[in-house]
Design a protein around this ligand. Structure first.
Ligand SMILES: Cc1ncc(COP(=O)(O)O)c(C=O)c1O
Length: 484
């Protein structure tokens, strides 16, 4: 339990809950419960806080106590509230899922929900055969203890080869296998950042990177990306020179969430500027395997590095499967050794079996990744088509790769839209999730990782509530003001 929310505070957070779009046929208690769930889902109402007593909330909302009682009962039934007689009721998520204070929520196992909050594909069909082949390989490892803090050598070699193939000669001792890219980021931060150190990030950026930085108590400065053009070279280099951060965290390939690709010229200038001011660059290459439309990739950022300033991180989650939990760091061999020393205090090593699955998937990379790109291009186009048809006022820059697009809405309604969308079975990641200060309300990240038909259905539902939001606002506007 982290605290208590008073009736008037919750009433303020709940806002226009009774006029929530999409609820036309649902009773008041269900609308109230639904709005509380929406607040929980987007992190505005924290987990583990005590809600006001039923009577207190009823007074604050000027509704009957029975409505609040019924809403709390429904929240208990859906797993959003835990109550103990005499002690009160605390917020929670079903199945004990967590919402990071600055990150995206973790996926809920709600099969009815069209989940556009998570930007990741289902597993490719080749995963099962890779898993079977991995179990055949396992006996080779069983006579050892199974701890490989930098990863099993065959996976490190396979990953090193992918860098070499991209024009960046890399040896296995420059690779450390981690349990996902997020883990790679966390380990690098532990190594390279003392608590309170300053870090430059893009805005918008990947929310769970912000969560990792918050975990290291970083002081964060931002470089704002232009919605249509991405990085503004002079501003980015100026920020590096002025703030001289200890670290900068950048996503140059199909940036999450905007989808932008950093040009080669800027890569070179960023590395030079970072070296000049003593900044280490963490380059997140999560989406590097997923260009579309024949887009040529610029050289890896580390190509321009002569002074071990660049630490690249990447992983299997986006091109292959998030459930595999395989990522890596590419750095200098001494840095990899230092990371391994940090790691023994965290999780020792990654699972051998999963690493073997990764080896088999990488052996089949060309075929798997080619299929993924085709699939993503089809889904992206379906999403773009549905948006153009149903929400023509929204502006989108067509991403040439990756898995997300960043829509500029027709008003600052992203969080309100996300809350209302929950009610019609669509989970959204509103713009403020991707920034630091609650701004970005005019933006919404839309991933194209669901099947095309689901994306079209989701956009239809979003469009319906978008127009309802306006109607609800319009109705409020027209209400005569009472002067007493
Ligand atoms: C930019 C970026 N970095 C890291 C991650 C986390 O990846 P992983 O599942 O490999 O930990 C993601 C996942 O969405 C991402 O978009």
């Amino acid at each position: 339990m982290t605290g208590q929310v008073r009736g008037v505070q919750l009433a303020r957070l709940l806002g226009q809950w009774h006029a929530l779009p999409g609820r036309r046929r649902s009773p008041d208690y269900a609308a109230l419960a639904g709005t509380v769930r929406g607040l929980l889902a987007d992190g505005r109402l924290p987990l583990g806080v005590r809600l006001p007593a039923e009577r207190e909330l009823a007074e604050a909302l000027r509704i009957s106590r029975t409505t609040v009682t019924a809403a709390y009962r429904q929240l208990r039934e859906t797993g959003h509230l835990a109550s103990r007689r005499g002690a009160g009721s605390w917020t929670m998520l079903p199945g004990n899922h967590r919402v990071a204070s600055t990150g995206l929520w973790t996926p809920l196992d709600d099969r009815e929900m069209l989940d556009l909050g998570v930007a990741a594909l289902a597993a490719p069909p080749q995963l099962l055969s890779a898993a079977r082949a991995a179990t055949e390989d396992l006996p080779r490892y069983l006579s050892g203890a199974g701890y490989h803090p930098t990863g099993i050598v065959e996976l490190r070699e396979a990953v090193a080869d992918t860098y070499t193939a991209r024009g960046l000669p890399t040896s296995a001792d420059q690779i450390m296998v981690t349990s996902g890219t997020q883990h790679a980021l966390d380990l690098v931060l532990r190594l390279a950042l003392t608590p309170g150190g300053n870090v430059l990030v893009e805005s918008p950026t990947y929310p769970n990177a912000l969560a990792a930085l918050a975990g290291r108590r970083a002081r964060i400065a931002t470089h704002g990306l232009a919605a249509d053009a991405g990085w503004e070279p002079d501003l980015l280099l100026g920020s590096l020179r002025q703030t001289r951060p200890k670290l900068a965290y950048l996503i140059p390939e199909f940036q999450n969430p905007t989808g932008h690709l950093m040009p080669a010229s800027l890569r070179e200038r960023v590395v030079a500027a970072a070296h000049a001011v003593g900044t280490d660059l963490i380059i997140d290459e999560s989406f590097v395997d997923l260009p579309m439309d024949g887009t040529e990739l610029p050289p890896p950022v580390a190509t321009y590095d002569r002074h071990s300033r660049v630490i690249s991180i990447g992983g299997m989650s986006k091109p292959y499967w998030g459930g595999l939990r395989i990522g890596w760091v590419r750095a200098s061999a001494p840095q990899v050794q230092r990371l391994a020393a940090v790691r023994v205090g965290v999780d020792m090593a990654s699972p051998v079996l999963d690493q073997l699955v990764a080896v088999h998937l990488l052996a089949d990379a060309d075929a798997i990744v080619a299929d993924r790109r085709v699939q993503l291009a089809v889904q992206r186009d379906a999403l773009l088509g549905a948006l153009a048809h149903r929400l023509p006022e929204w502006r989108v820059t067509v991403p040439r790769g990756g898995v997300t697009l960043w829509a500029e809405l027709d008003g600052p309604v992203s969080s309100a839209l996300a809350r209302a969308a929950e009610e019609v079975g669509v989970r959204l990641a509103p713009g403020p999730r991707f920034g630091l200060d609650g701004t970005l309300e005019r933006f919404l990240r839309l991933p194209f990782t669901l099947p095309a038909a689901d994306l079209v259905e989701a956009v239809g539902r979003i469009a319906a509530i978008r127009y309802d939001l306006d109607r609800a606002a319009g109705q409020r506007w027209r209400e005569p003001a009472v002067i007493a």
